[in-house]
Write a protein that binds this ligand. Sequence first.
Ligand SMILES: *Cc1c(COP(=O)(O)O)cnc(C)c1O
Length: 360
Amino acid sequence: MTKSLFNHYKKFLPITPETPEVTLGEGFTPLVKSINLSTKYKCDMYFKLEGCNPSSSFKDRGMFMAVSKAIEKNKNKIICASTGNTSASAAAYGAKYNLDTIVIIPSGKIALGKLLQAMAYGAKIISIKGNFDQALNAVRDISDSLNLEIVNSINPFRLEGQMTGAFEIVDELKSSPDFQFMPVGNAGNISSYFKGYNIYKSENKILDIPRLMGVQAEYSAPMVDNKIIKSPKTIASAIRIGNPASSELAKEAILKTNGQFLKVSDKEILDAQSILAKEEGIFCEPASAASLAGFLKYKDTNNDYINKKIVFILTGNGLKDPEVAQKNLKSEIINTSSKIEDISNAIISGKSSNFFKRFF
Ligand SMILES: *Cc1c(COP(=O)(O)O)cnc(C)c1O
């Protein structure tokens, strides 16, 4: 049987004898060592493939814990506001553990794959005319009177569960990385990693905590600009958040680890998404690619990363957002008849893609 985060990291999680085990097989995601980009940039790069979680994003790490505690409290309905991945994750756990799942989403702003997931798992989907921050405000206002358990990252158990990402990285590397680049939306995940690394430090499993580098999109960068952004804009919908719920914890994480908040343009995000796919064989969603985009920007004006161990948290799978990918990932499709001769001519004469350059 697959091991569960619930059992494996029980000691570090808010689990009592009354807490029921909840699992969809989350966690234990691959930490893949880069070859091509590491060589190019003279450092050791590792990609944490959080898109390999059951609902294809890191949200499952927090959701198993939040849902477990909801069941312990005898709640039978969960609710969240979502830019997409929280709703997909909540709906999946809700389905397995027989909880009604209500998701409040900003109308027209959810990536197609994420919306399909919430539908497939059978959530009640309420689409509002407004942005994520307004959806979250509504959830905060409604949940008490309707006796609904909030499973957004303002639920402290979400952040506890997400600490397991840090535990896995240290358990695998047997040390702490020097840097960690990750996208920042509501700023819960960066706060969780900070807590997780701190716990492992106090257990003497590591001496230092990596420098945490939180990456935001240019017009959706409340942490970098140090102010609330009323109408945040970016193609990276998972980090299109103007008023991060965990901003105070995240600021502490950056301050105490000598880290930084950085911002990158949508073009830099899309370029990074393409680079990860074409050079490392990893197709992640735009928000996740912001982590690499942040590094590519950082390296232009710094050299303290050279020969260092750098982890990138690739938070979600690229297939979740086919529309952005279709618009931006260029590749040529060669149309031919079904004749063997035409097909082989097409193979030999292909001109532009890397594949052809390499093999002919
Ligand atoms: C939720 C999410 C983020 C942002 O995480 P926060 O904890 O909100 O900062 C980044 N990438 C993806 C794919 C997400 O789903």
